[in-house]
Design a protein around this ligand. Structure first.
Ligand SMILES: Nc1ncnc2c1ncn2[C@@H]1O[C@H](COP(=O)(O)OP(=O)(O)OP(=O)(O)O)[C@@H](O)[C@H]1O
Length: 456
């Protein structure tokens, strides 16, 4: 995590950052409110530790100012002057948690674990909100047609291989960032397979608790857990003879992993609370936006299960690496939504096109589709202009003081290109850690370069 410690006591700043850095976190410190607020404005920290007594300054006041800048910022208050009243006041004002000084490494770790869970939930909520918007739109307007042919030779080759293998019973693993179209590919594999007339059943692994997920997958018998008031069949049963699509498989709890392995290896499972072994015949397709091999390395995903799932696999490239496809997708969506909404829109103006091309599309196809749907509603026509696209979609020249972006192949130095690319990635990457990973450099190099380019 990227963490900011705000405390006027040097020893606290030092010991806490050492403890946090020892756990692999990136830490910055600030000794007063002004510096802290400046950094909050500039950077996206996952968590802030804020002392309630900062010399003459009032920590509660700084807390409010920080939340004004970043309303969703996770802020843990720490103070040597803990009292129930201040704790309550701080949480009422929007603090995430409260830590009394002096604190033990275990207490600090507990806060970090809680913050980590909160961040994960937040990401999941954003993803679900977007999916809901998408589904609402599908109910209203139907779904835009899917395009699988790609201008990117790598994507094209991978998808072709995958679709050729669709008819085999082998398990399929689809990797790629959120919104790259993994679910759509899973369904397409099913449609192109010999199972197309059989059920296609989806289970979203992270949306349920461990117990519920197990029951949703395998079913349960009455009384097997509190609330199990009657026998039920699970999705494995519902998918019999067809395809079982396990979305976000990287989130599958450790306890359920052996049961899925048994399903894949032995074609057997048991309902929760029952000792009867049942046979099943399903083809499993799994997808995840996590780096599953890294999960195997860190011990959160079983290696044997990984190899069982990874018989045929495809990694869907993010949209920012498929610039050749971007315009086609945008045009397809525009043509679909303008027909649905009875709008006469004739493509994108040059400024609209440039705006589309300049954005990094962290939400991939889902974000693009939502942006184009919105632009179809907003546009005065006859073409979609930069102004019709939502603000975060692109950096338009001269807007908000942003310098124009260089064009690949134009008259620019490598320094200009590097600088512009770094600035854009830093603009949308959730954390500095992510930005460094995307740029393929370590965090220290990123810091050095930011300094050199005057970006800090
Ligand atoms: N091949 C495609 N052609 C056109 N649009 C697509 C295609 N694939 C996906 N989309 C659009 O992107 C949206 C998101 O796709 P999908 O849900 O398959 O992504 P995902 O990678 O499974 O996302 P997540 O990881 O968040 O579950 C779809 O609703 C659809 O509008």
């Amino acid at each position: 995590m990227d963490i900011l410690i705000v405390d006027d006591e040097k020893s606290i700043r030092l010991t806490t950052s050492l403890a946090l850095e020892g756990e692999g976190h990136y830490v910055e410190t600030a000794e007063d409110g002004e510096t802290a607020i400046k950094r909050i404005k500039e950077e996206n920290f996952d968590l802030v530790f804020l002392d309630l007594r900062l010399g003459d300054e009032d920590g509660l006041d700084i807390l409010q100012q920080m939340l004004k800048v970043r309303p969703r910022q996770l802020i843990t208050i720490f103070t040597a002057h803990a009292s129930v009243t201040t704790a309550v006041k701080a949480t009422q004002l929007g603090a995430f948690d409260y830590l009394e000084k002096p604190f033990t490494p275990d207490q600090l770790r507990a806060i970090l674990a809680k913050a980590h869970r909160a961040l994960q939930t937040r990401h999941e909520v954003v993803r679900l909100e977007e999916t809901v918007q998408e589904l609402k739109s599908e109910v209203r307007h139907g779904a835009p047609p899917l395009r699988f042919a790609s201008e990117d030779p790598k994507t094209n080759a991978e998808l072709e291989t995958l679709f050729r293998a669709a008819a085999s019973p082998a398990s399929v693993l689809i990797l790629g960032e959120s919104g790259t179209g993994k679910s759509a590919i899973a369904r397409e594999v099913h449609e192109r397979s010999h199972l197309r007339d059989k059920p296609f059943v989806t289970v979203s692994c992270p949306s349920l608790s461990k117990e519920l997920l197990e029951s949703v997958l395998f079913g349960h018998v009455k009384g097997s857990f509190t609330g199990a008031i009657k026998d039920t069949w699970g999705k494995v049963h519902a998918a019999e003879g067809g395809t079982l699509f396990l979305d976000e498989i990287g989130e599958l709890p450790m306890e359920i992993q052996p049961k899925l392995l048994r399903l894949l290896q032995e074609r057997e499972y048991e309902r929760l609370g029952e000792n009867k072994v049942r046979e099943c015949n399903v083809r499993v397709i799994a997808a995840t936006n996590r780096d599953l091999s890294a999960c195997v390395a860190s011990g959160s995903f079983r290696e044997d299960l990984y190899y069982r799932l990874n018989v045929i696999s495809v990694t869907v490239s993010p949209l920012r690496e498929r610039r050749g496809d971007l315009q086609r997708f945008a045009e397809d969506y525009l043509s679909f939504f303008s027909t649905q909404m009875g709008r006469k829109l004739d493509g994108f103006s040059e400024s609209g096109r440039q705006t589309l091309m300049r954005h990094a599309w962290p939400g991939n196809l889902r974000e693009l589709r939502n942006a184009i749907e919105r632009a179809t509603i907003l546009s005065h026509g006859p073409q979609v202009e930069a102004a019709d696209l939502p603000t975060p979609v692109g950096v338009v020249e001269g807007v908000n003081g942003s310098p124009a972006l260089p064009i690949i192949g134009g008259e620019h130095s490598l320094d200009d290109l590097e600088q512009a690319h770094m600035r854009e990635v830093l603009r949308w990457a959730p954390t500095l850690q992510d930005a460094a990973a995307i740029l393929g450099i370590d965090k220290a190099t990123l810091y050095r370069k930011r300094k050199r380019f005057g970006m800090d």
